[in-house]
Design a protein around this ligand. Structure first.
Ligand code: APR
Ligand code: ZN
Length: 251
């Protein structure tokens, strides 16, 4: 544990002298909110086939498989932000973090108070009918999926698709270019809870590195990209980030 404490001191030093820190998050930042990750212990991809439940081809073949999966992803947990989300929002309030780039679709960074959140993979906020283009708020759909597969109230279609990026779909180009700008201009790029295996999101740390930023990763498991980082901390994001914020508050 001691080695993590030394690394936490190093992170505090980097953040304290930073002019523009960007935080990049993945599913691991929401695990302590009860939302399972995709990979690693308890990963969803051990129980579901991403091609069937999270690709646009699978969705068009059978939208019901996605909605079964969505129950596990969001409704069962009625997810609330955890210590990690609040710590990241606190770092923004302290003027250190200028943007959060997230791969998550759970909107927990916003719920925790982060104001600049770039959602690379969209979010569950809106759901569109692919047949008649009626748009629904997630809350309208959420209350339905406990007991049935949601259908469009206007046309009866089962093709109700959340505004999230499925495998096989392009990322929202405006959000991606804003995220790349942030990676280019930051002086500290901190990854929290991502396995860094899905591109183009996983390319962002490389862009930051090319632009001389210092790279930090806080992740429970080692990743294949750890050697890219100046500081690598393996552990639970909530406790680690809380310690970092506490130390930053006490000069
Ligand atoms: N604290 C920190 N890290 C954690 C915690 C925790 N409490 N719990 C799990 N992790 C780590 C795991 O070790 C894992 O490496 O979080 C990482 C989550 O990795 P993934 O599940 O692969 O999530 P992510 O990197 O966001 O996946 C990227 O893949 O399936 C697609 O579209 C999906 O956006 C997702 C993308
Ligand atoms: Zn419709």
């Amino acid at each position: 544990m001691d080695s993590n404490n030394n690394k936490i001191e190093k992170v505090v030093e980097l953040l304290r002298s930073s002019k523009h820190t960007v935080v990049f998050t993945g599913a691991g930042v929401s695990v302590e909110s009860g939302i399972p990750p995709f990979r690693g212990a308890g990963g969803l991809w051990e129980r579901y086939d991403p091609e069937e439940v999270a690709s646009i081809y699978g969705f068009k073949r059978n939208p019901k498989a996605f909605w079964e999966f969505a129950k596990e992803l969001l409704v069962k947990t009625k997810a609330e932000p955890n210590k990690a989300h609040y710590a990241i929002a606190e770092l923004e309030k302290m003027g250190i973090v200028k943007a959060v780039i997230t791969q998550n679709i759970d909107m927990l960074h916003q719920k925790a108070g982060s104001s600049r959140v770039l959602e690379l993979h969209g979010s569950m906020e809106y759901v569109d009918c692919l047949d008649c283009h009626t748009a629904y708020k997630w809350e309208e759909i959420e209350k339905k999926i406990e007991k049935e597969i949601p259908r469009c109230e206007s046309c009866g279609s089962y093709y109700l698709k959340p505004r999230v990026v499925f495998f096989g779909e392009a990322l929202p180009s405006d959000v991606l270019s804003e995220a790349m700008d942030e990676a280019r201009k930051c002086d500290v790029f901190m990854v929290v809870g991502s396995s860094l295996v899905v591109y183009p999101a996983a390319h962002l740390p490389f862009i930051a590195k090319e632009n001389e930023a210092k790279l930090i990763i806080i992740n429970y498991d080692p990743t294949d990209r750890d050697e890219l980082f100046d500081v690598v901390i393996h552990g639970k994001a909530g406790d680690i980030l809380l310690k970092i914020v506490e130390k930053l508050k006490h000069v």
